[in-house]
Write a protein that binds this ligand. Structure first.
Ligand SMILES: [Zn+2]
Length: 413
């Protein structure tokens, strides 16, 4: 009997804007070559593992396992694309699974079925990245993670851009460790299995590691925007990509959030850049009417003046063309330097202080410095979401997976 992995285990992130998601809206797919005689035993093992390691019966714990033989059908692949950019119902997932002769075990509301089937159908044929996840011993879960910060900084310097989002230099923050009381010690993201493994070995970690696994993922690939690009409609809880012109000067509200109105070919769209996005929101605040931009974000329902309206939470912006920022100012008085006032239509200007008047004086037009440049802007690293493509990945996008056998994927000391 021989059971082989034919791919790294996959972590697939789905629509990040879903309101009822599990944390991070992720699902795992294992792709195995299994002798027919062992098929039932493998299924049994998978179900047993999920039952043992899930908090079944807890609220909002709806795990599921699906089993699909052979290549995922085009219907399953379609469902995956929809789960990345839209909302898939449990009934829809069940129908698709039946049509593919698959089977499933699910608990709770059945919502887990959607994610599980979507993960099976996303075979990462386009861009992808890797993540090495190291796990903690049960007795350490909930305690501070003992990872030497200096070793993270050094590792980042030595391995970037083959690895990404390790350390936020600006805010002096270690990004590889999560913050919740979960069994994950750290997650190292990078372009190749070798890169994440080498980076891992550069870390000084002062607690025992229960095990580590390298996953192939869609982290950092902005897969949700790729799939959303062909659909410029605004619907709640979905990613959207829109092209347009800035309609009004952005406004800033308490808390530091910046709001922007974008005029598309169809309508005026409300957009928001939130405080944690750091310098990103400052760039948005500098936009002026007439600037041509493409915005990327998630559509959310927000209450404005007791009415629900749709707002795009900005995750990326491309400034294509900056408008000239020209302001008209009244001329200054040549005698006392006070700014003059209009003396009436066609009658020039008059000084309110010394009463000097000049029928020939006219408004002065000033071009103000914009202090921003056209280009691509994304939030500060600390505000990156799982699918956010960091700057360092531009130009490193991959094509079809070569399908190297995943030796060295698993390690348990
Ligand atoms: Zn004057």
């Amino acid at each position: 009997m021989r059971i082989c992995f034919i791919d790294y285990p996959n972590i697939i992130r789905l629509n990040p804007n879903i309101p009822y998601k599990t944390r991070g809206n992720a699902a795992v797919a294992l792709r195995l070559e299994v002798p027919t005689s062992e098929y039932d035993a493998v299924k049994e093992m998978a179900v047993q593992t999920v039952e043992e390691s899930s908090e079944i019966g807890e609220e909002a714990t709806d795990p599921a396992v699906v089993f699909v033989k052979g290549e995922p059908s085009s219907a399953v692949a379609r469902l995956s694309r929809k789960a990345l950019t839209g909302i898939v119902s449990v009934a829809e997932a069940v129908r698709t699974l039946r049509g593919s002769c698959g089977c499933a075990v699910s608990y709770g509301s059945g919502l887990g079925l959607v994610g599980a089937l979507a993960a099976v159908g996303e075979t990462l044929e386009g861009d992808y990245t890797y993540e090495l996840i190291a796990y903690r011993r049960q007795e350490n879960v909930g305690k501070p993670r003992l990872i030497d910060e200096d070793s993270v900084i050094k590792m980042d310097r030595l391995t970037s851009p083959s690895t990404f989002n390790n350390y936020d230099t600006e805010h002096k923050r270690v990004l590889i460790k999560p913050h919740g009381p979960d069994p994950v010690l750290l997650g190292l993201r990078g372009e190749t299995p070798e890169a994440v493994h080498a980076a891992f070995r550069l870390l000084r970690i002062h607690e025992p590691i229960e095990r580590w696994v390298i996953f192939r993922t869609n982290h950092g690939t902005e897969a949700h925007f790729k799939a959303a690009q062909s659909r410029p409609s605004l619907r709640a809880n979905r990613p959207v990509v829109l092209h347009g012109a800035v309609y009004r000067r952005p406004t800033r509200i308490t808390g530091g959030h910046v709001f922007l109105e974008l005029l598309t070919s169809r309508r005026v769209v409300q957009c928001a850049a939130f405080e944690p996005t750091g310098k990103f929101k400052e760039v948005v605040a500098k936009l002026i009417p007439g600037d041509k931009v493409t915005i990327f974000g998630g559509v959310k329902e927000r209450e404005v003046d007791h009415r629900l309206s749709l707002t795009v939470n900005l995750e990326k912006i491309i400034i294509e063309r900056l408008n000239e920022d020209v302001v008209a100012e009244n001329p200054r008085c040549p005698r006392c330097d006070k700014r003059m006032k209009s003396a009436g239509r066609g009658q020039g200007f008059r000084c309110p202080r010394c009463k000097y008047s000049s029928p020939r004086a006219a408004k002065q037009f000033l071009r103000r410095n914009r202090n921003i440049l056209p280009g691509l802007y994304i939030p500060d690293k600390k505000a990156h979401r799982h699918l956010t493509k960091p700057f360092s990945r531009y130009g490193l996008e991959k094509g079809r997976w070569e399908g190297k056998p995943p030796s060295g994927t698993w390690h348990r000391p």
